[in-house]
Ligand binder design. Structure first.
Ligand SMILES: NC(=O)c1ccc[n+]([C@@H]2O[C@H](COP(=O)([O-])OP(=O)(O)OC[C@H]3O[C@@H](n4cnc5c(N)ncnc54)[C@H](O)[C@@H]3O)[C@@H](O)[C@H]2O)c1
Length: 293
């Protein structure tokens, strides 16, 4: 199988890697040479870790890497593709422009998937006119090499047969699938998790418990690998507020970001990346012992 992955950032490089690990020829396409160079390095590092963990041999790692071609030529990437996955920045117009170019070069038989985490698949597909029924939301999780889940999203016009093909493709990559049958902001996963974290934020702001205890309660009480607040610091508080604002527009007041969250963004407390969020971090990114609350 030939798999073209468009955008070689955090997600695209991982998706190209798992495609090659499954035995496919993968094309990693990007507009930026620097992103392609980073992707090469990142994939090599990830494969070395898998070798050290005895999940694959050195020879398998090399063969996997050799199955990936890095290119800045879109036509080269997609012209023989069986599957095209777009993992370009989360900007509607940018994705639409890219998809319009893809359908000019890709075979009509190719499965088309967008890895958007919260844009409407229907809106992205609306630029494709007669091809709009081909686009499926194929939402991988970060990091794609580790995370088992793929969330499939059906746009209003998506052909059910394409959802079926996307499901087979995800299984081929060794993933499990859930289907969001109606294109709806936040799909299943982001919508459920956003509100759970928001309730944790409200409890923190009401002084009901410390950030440490809220995270610990969810980790030890429900087997979450990470608490919602510490994970929020990793993902970025600005990203979270942005997502909540979109969700509130679609689903109502219950998703409205709190004043406290908006203040955190205004004050530059964006989480790990700025050294301070729900928790404080030292220069090496290590968490300081007490939460900021
Ligand atoms: N980061 C996550 O945790 C995560 C998880 C699931 C889904 N997503 C979604 O995946 C997509 C990509 O996110 P990311 O975190 O990998 O972003 P990223 O910024 O790490 O990577 C995006 C890449 O796209 C490239 N790019 C820019 N314009 C392009 C174009 N016109 N054509 C092709 N490539 C172009 C950039 O050079 C960059 O390398 C977004 O839609 C995002 O919402 C992200």
């Amino acid at each position: 199988m030939k798999i073209a992955v468009l955008g070689s950032g955090i997600m695209g490089s991982g998706i190209a890697q798992i495609s090659a690990m499954a035995g496919s020829e993968a094309y990693a396409y990007d507009v930026a040479a620097a992103s392609l160079a980073n992707a090469q390095e990142g994939i090599q590092r990830s494969l070395s870790r898998l070798v050290r963990a005895e999940k694959m041999t050195e020879a398998e790692s090399q063969a996997t890497f050799d199955r990936i071609r890095f290119t800045q030529d879109l036509a080269e990437a997609v012209s023989e593709a069986d599957v095209v996955i777009e993992a370009a920045p989360e900007i509607l117009e940018l994705k639409q422009e890219l998809w319009r170019a893809v359908v000019l070069h890709a075979p009509v038989s190719a499965l088309l998937g967008t890895n958007t985490s919260q844009l409407s698949v229907t809106r992205i597909a609306s630029c494709l006119d007669d091809n709009s029924s081909r686009l499926v939301g194929i939402h991988f999780f970060n990091p794609p090499v580790m995370m088992k889940l793929v969330e499939l999203i059906s746009g209003i016009n998506t052909d059910p047969a394409e959802i079926e093909r996307a499901s087979e493709f995800a299984h081929y990559l060794g993933k499990e699938v859930v289907v969001c049958r109606k294109d709806s902001p936040g799909f299943i996963t982001s919508r459920a998790y956003a509100i759970l974290r928001l309730e944790c934020v409200r409890m923190l702001e009401e002084g009901i418990a410390t950030a440490e205890d809220i995270d610990k309660a969810l980790r030890l009480g429900f087997n979450f690998p990470m608490g919602p607040l510490e994970l929020g610091d990793m993902n970025g508080i600005d990203t979270y507020v942005h997502a909540l604002t979109g969700l509130a527009e679609a689903h109502g007041e219950r998703f409205r970001p709190t004043v406290g969250l908006k203040n955190m963004v205004a004050a530059g407390r964006l989480g790990r990346k700025s050294g301070r969020g729900f928790y404080g971090y030292d220069r090496e990114g290590r968490r300081e012992s007490n939460s900021d609350s």
